[in-house]
Design a protein around this ligand. Structure first.
Ligand code: SF4
Length: 91
């Protein structure tokens, strides 16, 4: 975060309340030098709120769902275990 473009903006910019705000935050992220690790961190930590790594909350939910489905297709037994550990229930 210390090297991110968000250092030059108030944190509230990255926790917008509408789509216009989301697009404004994503624009700042677009040229961020740590965009990829920022997104990876948000996905790994299952951060629900805000724009991280240029991705909105909805986009990250979709990414996580796509990853789960892909992992399940390749390793059905392992993914089932991950679902139980991470989410507490099988999805
Ligand atoms: S990609 Fe991450 S570190 Fe960079 S500006 Fe966006 S929220 Fe900040």
């Amino acid at each position: 975060m210390a090297r991110g473009n968000c250092n030059n903006h108030p944190p509230s910019v990255f926790f917008p309340s509408d789509g216009v705000g989301v697009e404004a935050a994503k624009k700042i992220c677009a040229s961020c030098p740590v965009k990829d690790p920022c997104l990876a961190h948000a996905l790994e930590m299952r951060i629900d709120h805000g724009v991280w790594g240029g991705a909105s909350e909805r986009q990250r939910r979709r990414m996580l769902k796509a990853r789960r489905l892909a992992a399940r297709a390749h390793h059905p037994a392992e993914e089932t275990q991950v679902d139980i550990e991470v989410f507490g229930v099988r999805s």
